[in-house]
Design a protein around this ligand. Structure first.
Ligand SMILES: Cc1cc2nc3c(=O)[nH]c(=O)nc-3n(C[C@H](O)[C@H](O)[C@H](O)COP(=O)(O)OP(=O)(O)OC[C@H]3O[C@@H](n4cnc5c(N)ncnc54)[C@H](O)[C@@H]3O)c2cc1C
Length: 638
């Protein structure tokens, strides 16, 4: 008999069962310290010793979290020690906005963690900070990202020394809260269509910022509604000319525009600020709309790294065309996208951890006359959660790789690397955030009614994370950039060019694709073969190559009658599938590499198991394709 059980409980089995459930639920809400053995857990069927893989958790954690583990722990400890800085359930929008600002100020001024210092010099540390901060409150993570990555990042990456000297300290210590004002009411994804203008006035040596119509109002701008004092405003640079056109449009450039008085916080003359109001999530971030009426700023406020204007109105740039300058500017802004992909994996980890832990403890039904079983023992529950768990590991390593490439790019400024990171960040941001968004709903559902309690976080995580699919580049638009890049590489290959490192695998797998699948290998079905990383990766890459070849042929055919734009649209779903398949190939390759490089044998064995699950689950999900082309024979598919 349970020592806590009373005689009364014994005579009322339903009370016993209820109290057992309550105990287990409370375990989930207040997890035991790791050192304390849990008698309840030992009872559960799926935790039977025979099925357990012994893993050295410290080694695994050290391997996965690397050198930035300390700063992440420091952040979590700081917020845990400060109940006044924790976000209460049901907080109002206005309180949440102020709380987020207080949290950010406390992080920088009290905990002395200064994220801005790492934005350029140590991006891996910066992203580790944002991951930990996002786990405290997603709004806080985004507020931090707006301040340091978007507003601060635009000053550092698009400006020059004079801007760094003037603004660095204020951004770093939060004296200068700022915004990143790109999106307009009528133009979000299509950034080149922006209509705000910055017209140079050589007489006063100033730019005049104007919102020419309602559609050009800057919309959704984070930090604008309440706290921002500056904004990096993206606008078409207009120069006066002496020809009949009178002016020349030099394309979209970035300008620093003060929007509020530094001391009184009053809105400055010529600027109108509106509040975007209550949102589906992220209500700790004050998004606002900005309209400019002939706002004059000094010429120096042009962020002039890629293009400059002299006092007499002459334009200079090391880049020859508007398109090249635009691409260079956007290339420098991928940091935000890298950060979102990285943070999204963090939310996936949190939600899968909650759902798996709960599923181990929660018991429903069981064989007659026997204790109820853990819900994780149900095949359906495993099917929902285990591939998701595997994906969170896979995405962890893939986004670490992305951060590593991004850090290299920041140091080397190599043109090919910039293009590579652009495509890689687009693919991973889109793929990971879409996956996490779906998973958050699945995890909530996997936890039944208790998953719906606000305190268990699925609701806020789901609502806060949802927009990750849209900002920093809409996912559907980003995936098209990946597909376009693949097609460019494909074309280059047939013109004898070299493939960039990330896509290099295509050379071999395209050759495999062009020949028939090997009928003998197609029948192999042993566990060793199915768990062979070469088989898994070949299968992923074969699929990508097949999609690439077939969509290229379709585009060629349709462009004759529909033109390039029409043909692209006719093949759009095919293109999106190609981009998805390619991104999955990259993710698997990085996962396999990470398993291989893991120094601790027990961790390596555990990671290998999870990696196999990731790979085989994907192959299984698309088994129809593999069967259709006899890449996998019927016996193997079974
Ligand atoms: C909470 C929040 C915070 C934000 N913060 C900022 C900020 O601080 N600064 C800032 O500048 N912006 C910010 N934004 C704006 C954000 O970056 C844009 O919403 C985003 O870029 C998408 O643009 P859009 O809303 O105009 O969508 P649209 O571009 O209109 O897209 C709408 C739909 O059309 C589809 N679509 C569009 N083009 C294509 C195409 N070529 N092919 C196929 N489908 C297509 C998309 O997939 C999408 O489903 C924020 C937005 C939100 C909601």
């Amino acid at each position: 008999m349970n020592p806590n059980q009373t005689a009364e409980d014994e005579s009322h089995p339903s009370i016993t069962a209820a109290s057992r459930r309550i105990q287990r639920l409370s375990l989930h809400l207040t997890p035991l310290p790791p050192s304390q053995p849990s008698p309840q857990l030992n009872m559960l069927t799926c935790a039977k010793a025979a099925n357990k893989l012994e893993v050295d958790k410290v080694s695994l954690s050290t391997y996965m979290r690397g050198e930035n583990r300390d700063i992440q722990e420091k952040i979590v400890e700081f917020f845990e020690s400060r109940p006044d800085l924790q976000t209460p359930v049901g907080v109002s929008m206005n309180e949440h906005r102020e709380l987020c600002m207080r949290q950010l100020v406390a992080l920088v001024r009290e905990a002395k963690i200064k994220p801005f210092r790492y934005v350029v010099d140590d991006p891996a540390k910066y992203f580790a900070i944002t991951e930990a901060i996002g786990s405290i409150d997603v709004s806080l993570g985004i507020k931090l990202g707006v301040q340091f990555s978007l507003w601060g990042g635009s000053v550092l990456n698009l400006g020059t020394e004079k801007h760094r000297d003037k603004y660095f300290d204020g951004i770093d210590n939060l004296d200068y809260p700022g915004c990143f004002a790109m999106t307009e009411l009528h133009h979000g994804s299509n950034v080149q269509g922006l209509q705000t203008t910055a017209t140079f006035d050589p007489v006063t040596d100033e730019f005049i910022i104007d919102t020419p119509n309602d559609g050009a109002i800057k919309w959704w701008i984070g930090n604008a509604a309440v706290h921002g004092k500056f904004a990096t405003v993206f606008a078409k640079l207009i120069l006066p000319t002496h020809d009949s056109r009178k002016v020349s449009d030099m394309g979209v450039h970035a300008f620093i525009v003060p929007i509020r008085d530094l001391n009184t916080l009053q809105t400055l003359p010529g600027i109108e600020i509106h509040d975007c109001g209550h949102k589906v999530g992220l209500n700790g971030v004050d998004n606002g709309a900005l309209r400019f009426r002939s706002v004059r700023i000094p010429r120096d406020n042009l962020l002039n790294r890629f293009g400059d204007v002299s006092q007499d109105g002459k334009y200079t740039s090391s880049l020859p065309t508007i398109n090249k300058r635009f691409a260079a500017m956007l290339g420098e802004l991928v940091g935000g996208r890298v950060g979102l992909a990285y943070a999204s994996v963090g939310f996936l980890k949190i939600s899968v951890t909650i759902a798996v832990r709960y599923s181990l403890l929660r018991q429903q039904f069981g064989p007659p006359e026997q204790p109820e079983v853990s819900i994780l023992d149900y095949q359906s529950q495993q099917h929902k959660l285990m591939p998701m768990l595997a994906s969170s590991y896979a995405f962890h390593f893939a986004t670490q790789y992305l951060v590593q490439k991004y850090s290299e790019m920041k140091k080397m400024h190599d043109e090919q690397l910039v293009a590579d990171v652009h495509a890689l960040s687009a693919g991973l941001k889109a793929y990971v955030t879409s996956y996490t968004a779906k998973s958050l709903s699945t995890c909530r559902e996997a936890c039944g009614g208790h998953g719906y309690a606000a305190v268990n976080r699925f609701g806020s995580l789901r609502n806060d994370h949802d927009i990750f699919q849209t900002f920093e580049g809409d996912n559907t638009v980003l995936m098209q950039q990946v597909a376009a890049d693949l097609l460019k590489q494909y074309k280059d290959k047939f013109q004898g060019g070299t493939l960039s490192v990330t896509w290099n695998y295509l050379r071999e797998s395209m050759n495999t694709y062009l020949s028939q699948p090997n009928p003998i290998i197609a029948r192999w079905e042993s566990a060793d073969h199915l768990r062979d990383p070469k088989f898994q990766l070949d299968a992923f890459r074969y699929r990508t190559s097949r999609l690439l070849q077939s969509v290229a042929a379709r585009l060629r055919k349709h462009s004759k009658t529909l033109g390039t734009f029409g043909a692209w649209n006719r093949c759009l779903n095919h293109l999106l599938l190609l981009a998805e398949s390619h991104t999955e190939s990259v993710i698997l390759a990085k996962f396999i590499e990470a398993v291989h490089n893991c120094p601790d044998a027990s961790s390596r064995a555990a990671l290998k198991l999870v990696c196999d699950l990731y790979a085989l689950d994907h192959i299984w999900n698309d088994i129809g394709t593999y069967r259709n082309v006899d890449y996998v024979a019927p016996n193997k598919a079974k």
